[in-house]
Design a protein around this ligand. Structure first.
Ligand SMILES: [Zn+2]
Length: 457
């Protein structure tokens, strides 16, 4: 029996505004728990929440970037549920009219983006007790809800990589999944009928792209097997334990949350000044970057990786004027691997030094073989690039002309082919020269000499 899987994603992204969503406590990373708090974000009764204009601007900037409709008037609601990390007993979120509707990312429809508040962070202790850190409570949060348009784990991964790139390029969130700044809930269903959705199962709080892909893959298989053997899928929430999903609780229905308009906050207006400020934040989107990188000469498979990574694309932009294709190739195929191996990141890497290094190569100061070695000396050995350039083995002045002339004399048939326009023949001559002078000559220089002498033959 064939089953058609359908996946929808609900992504939470913490905004890096200066202050929290409804109070003036600062947003940041704090070592000491419960220091960036006040009665509002601690959920004390009788406090008055006031929406943060900066968070509204950030939400609108994301909406505009994803071709969404901006609601000029929206409303905050109370979503009632009691958890230890939410002592006031409700979360302020949006419901009937979210701030953004009908957006779109890589062809996946985004039904709504809600502006809401983060809960406190629970720390589960070894003795079974739970400690709460309210530094996180009240940080502005965007809830980005996709339509069930995704068909497989790889498509889900591409969507998430793109979403992470967009919020990072806009500068509205660092979206580090390992820090919980971006979290993903997945809705998966399978159906024997491609025109009808099956019963959906929600998998909560996935914190890496790999976990998302693995959980989707597992859940599609599990549900298909249940249905194949005549069973039924329960509408429930499950959790991912790294190997499989297991039941957590039967899914709440909307009525369980008893939504009602937040009586302490008037309707939220996106006025022209907010809209203008959001427009001022707009930047080139990763898919636009990808297109431009291709036009600049970066091969497609490299452009699609480079354009979606903030640090890599910044590095590329700083060096590309030396040679775009070579820069992209070295960054992705050499630098990144060596950094990973050394447990370092691009931020530990001397980009201006690297720029000079690539430039020195382009100026013919050393041969291609030394590129990899130089990068290794910098990353593995901590040697500065200035020293690496200085110590580069000098390119020997080998005069290859007599040998090329000899080759041309001895291979009249190949020369004839060349004269008839078969330029591929150049490769034959270059190959011979490279075999003879391996490591001592620059292939581009060899090619130039071969071409010149063939033209004169
Ligand atoms: Zn506060």
């Amino acid at each position: 029996m064939k089953f058609y899987p359908t996946v929808g994603l609900e992504v939470h992204v913490e905004l890096k505004t200066k202050s929290k969503m409804f109070c003036s406590c600062p947003v940041g990373e704090w070592e000491e728990p419960n220091t960036a708090v006040c009665p509002v974000c601690m959920g004390h009764p009788g406090t008055l929440p006031v929406p943060n204009r900066g968070a509204v601007v950030f939400a609108v900037a994301l909406g505009l970037s994803l071709d969404g409709e901006i609601s000029r008037v929206s409303q905050f609601y109370r979503k009632n549920y009691f958890y230890p990390d939410l002592p006031k007993g409700y979360q302020i979120t949006q419901y009937s009219v979210p701030i953004i509707r009908n957006a779109n990312l890589l062809g996946v429809r985004i039904e709504r983006i809600n502006l809401e508040e983060e809960t406190a962070k629970s720390l589960h202790m070894e003795d079974g007790s739970v400690l709460l850190d309210f530094n996180r409570a009240g940080i502005p949060l965007l809830e980005i809800v996709s339509a069930p348009d995704i068909r497989d784990p790889e498509e889900a991964r591409r969507y998430l990589v793109a979403l992470q790139a967009v919020v990072r390029f806009l500068g509205i969130s660092d979206a580090h999944m390992e820090k919980g700044q971006m979290r993903v809930d997945v809705n998966v269903s399978v159906s024997p009928d491609p025109d009808r959705l099956g019963t959906k199962v929600e998998i909560k709080n996935l914190n890496s792209f790999k976990a998302v892909a693995d959980a989707i893959r597992y859940e599609i298989k599990r549900q298909s097997e249940v249905l194949s053997s005549g069973g039924e899928i329960r509408h429930e929430t499950r959790m991912w334990n790294g190997k499989s999903t297991e039941p957590m609780r039967v899914k709440e229905t909307e009525s369980d949350y008893r939504y009602f308009p937040e009586p302490d906050i008037p309707p939220l207006h996106v006025d022209d000044s907010v809209l203008e400020e959001a427009k001022g934040m707009l930047v080139e989107m990763p898919w636009e970057k990808e297109e431009r990188y291709r036009e600049e000469g970066v091969p497609s498979h490299l452009a699609s990786v480079l354009a979606y990574d903030r640090d890599l694309s910044e590095a590329y932009e700083r060096i590309k004027d030396v040679d775009p294709k070579l820069t992209a190739d070295l960054l992705l195929n050499v630098v990144l691997g060596k950094l990973n191996k050394a447990g370092k990141s691009l931020r530990d890497f001397d980009l201006s030094g690297f720029r000079e290094f690539v430039k020195a190569f382009k100026e013919g100061k050393f041969l291609r073989d030394y590129l990899k070695e130089g990068i290794e000396r910098h990353i593995g050995g901590g040697q500065p690039f200035s020293e690496i350039i200085e110590n580069a083995p000098k390119v020997e002045k080998v005069d290859i002309r007599p040998f090329v002339e000899e080759l041309i004399r001895n291979n009249p048939k190949e020369v004839e082919k060349y004269c008839k326009g078969q330029r591929g023949v150049i490769g034959f001559f270059v190959g011979q020269v490279m075999r003879k002078y391996r490591g001592k000559v620059d292939p581009r220089e060899v090619r130039r000499v071969v071409e010149e002498l063939l033209d004169n033959a």
